[in-house]
Design a protein around this ligand. Structure first.
Ligand SMILES: [Zn+2]
Length: 196
């Protein structure tokens, strides 16, 4: 069958137009984060912005919220920004005892300035104890409120390591997180971002 004469195919039109512009950013970006803190006596246990009754808490310069720290690194990584240790140095007195949800709010501002919208976050907390399941809805709500997205877009799972390692021996708690960002040029008009 003979092809009918056509105008330039759409794909070629798109390619020729693209050469006239700066290279387009990929609209979606994924990031990964990991953190671990030691469990010690005489510290409150804060996970996902929620204080959890326990005989020990996590050691750290800030409130040592290992879950929020992993999420922060996943968000920063998706935007290819410097990691949490470089954004909020552990030897900087202004972050002593810092509420990690406040640090997360600072990260949201960094992302919004760069026109990155958070699509979703997923995470896993590794802890031999205490049991965390009943606290997960409150953690989801606290993180979602800070990030300005629905709680249904914040995944949090909790698991043990079956007693197989230092986490399993109860010496610390770790967390993994991933985050997906979407480039959204409309965010440049956001009045909530202070001028730089
Ligand atoms: Zn940390």
């Amino acid at each position: 069958m003979e092809a009918a004469p056509t105008e330039t195919p759409p794909a070629e039109q798109d390619a020729s137009e693209a050469t006239d512009r700066a290279p387009a950013l990929p609209p979606l970006r994924i990031g990964i984060g990991y953190d671990v803190h030691r469990l010690v006596p005489d510290r409150p246990l804060i996970l996902g912005g929620v204080r959890i009754p326990h005989t020990q808490g996590l050691a750290g310069h800030s409130d040592a919220d290992v879950l929020v720290h992993a999420i922060i690194d996943a968000l920063l990584g998706a935007a290819a920004l410097p990691d949490i240790g470089r954004q909020f140095p552990a030897d900087d007195p202004q972050y002593a005892g810092a509420n990690s949800l406040q640090l997360l709010d600072n990260v949201l501002k960094l992302l919004t300035e760069r026109q990155w919208r958070i699509v979703n976050v997923d995470s896993t907390v590794l802890a031999q104890g205490p049991k965390l399941a009943s606290f997960i809805p409150a953690m989801q709500a606290a993180i979602a409120r800070t990030l300005g997205i629905e709680a249904m877009n914040i995944g949090i799972k909790a698991t043990t390591t079956e007693g197989l390692d230092a986490i399993g021996a109860g010496r610390g708690i770790a967390a993994h997180a991933v985050a997906l960002l979407m480039h959204d040029p409309s965010l440049q008009d956001c009045a909530c971002i202070p001028p730089r």
